[in-house]
Design a protein around this ligand. Structure first.
Ligand code: BJW
Ligand code: ZN
Length: 254
């Protein structure tokens, strides 16, 4: 791995490392990235239009069916070497904060603790009316490839429709997670931005906060983003390959 010795030394001496992840970190686990997640039935939709409260109000079965198909994919997926390298990093640095935009639980299943989920979790449905938590039946939904429209289950308290426990466009991020993420971005001395297009706000602003306060910033992505020229180092490639190599090179064998 080609990193200047000066950067390696700065990373090695970091007291607080923030790992910020997006859909790309789960891509090698077989979970489509957000902007690739439209296949089959949903090919003619726009992901940004499906992930809104208005879409759910207009056509709950279409939106719920899309999420059930994606939830089945998450349940079948396994953490990949990138998730595992991030979990292993916790034992090698004085303090590690993992902040994810992902709605899957692959960081947790890889062994990361106290992950801050800025956009909620696909496995935590709640009532669209009274907002109390709902539950899924155990097991993996049996979705045909490409999915199908499905009427959402009803809330056992008020009879309202359950909705996926995720943050849609136009909705506020969960306050405690967002506050904790800002505090971490403002106190970290190394910030790793992994597998995100960095177009969705306010999450993407965490990287710019860290840049502004002088943290060393590293981006891992096989494709260009608007941050390519703002970060301290751009590592171009899949996270599953780059992350184990980076952790190895800087913090020792994993
Ligand atoms: C690999 C790889 C490999 C591939 N290895 N990498 C300020 C400015 C402009 C707009 C706004 C603003 N403030 C708010 C907005 C509006 C909006 C917004 O940002 N819109 C933009 C599209 C412009 N934001 C909001 O509405 C947010 N709420 C909010 O701000 O509340 C305040 C408010 C209230 C009312 C009115 C106005 C403001 C909420 C945002 C919620 C986002 N929710 C989603 C859906 C979650 C549920 C679901 O999954 O369905 O979250 S959208 C979607 O995007 C999802 C993701 O978490 C998020 C980020 O996407 P991510 O992770 O970056 O994925 P991709 O697919 O974009 O990129 C994948 C990357 O991986 C690519 O770069 C690949 O190259 C790379 N990759 N393989 C490493 N192997
Ligand atoms: Zn209810």
């Amino acid at each position: 791995m080609d990193i200047e010795e000066r950067l390696v030394r700065r990373l090695r001496s970091a007291r607080h490392v923030l790992v910020f992840t997006g859909a790309g970190v789960s891509a090698e686990s077989g979970i489509p990235t957000f902007r690739d997640a439209l296949t089959g039935l949903w090919e003619n939709f726009d992901a940004e239009a499906l992930a809104t409260p208005e879409a759910f109000e207009r056509d709950p079965a279409m939106v719920w069916g899309w999420y059930e198909w994606r939830r089945a994919k998450v349940l079948r997926a396994q953490p990949n070497p990138a998730h595992l390298a991030i979990a292993a990093l916790a034992a090698r640095v004085p303090r590690l904060t993992v902040v994810t935009q992902n709605v899957d639980d692959l960081h947790e299943r890889a062994g990361s603790h106290d992950v801050l989920h800025l956009h909620g979790r696909i496995d935590r449905p709640f009532c669209a009316v009274c907002r109390r938590p709902g539950a899924y039946p155990p097991g993996i939904p049996d979705e045909p490839e490409g999915g199908r429209p499905l009427e959402p289950p009803r809330c056992i308290h008020c009879g309202g429709r359950l909705r996926p426990g995720v943050v849609w466009f136009g909705e506020m991020l969960p306050e405690a997670e967002w506050d904790a993420a800002i505090a971490a971005a403002e106190s970290c001395d190394a910030f790793l931005c992994i597998g995100t297009s960095s177009v969705v706000q306010p999450a993407a602003s965490l990287t710019t906060m860290a840049i502004r306060r002088g943290a060393i910033t590293i981006q891992v992505n096989p494709n260009p983003t608007d941050l390519d020229h703002s970060v301290s180092l751009n590592l171009s490639g899949p996270a599953g390959m780059i992350m184990p190599a980076l952790v190895d090179r800087v913090w020792g064998e994993i």
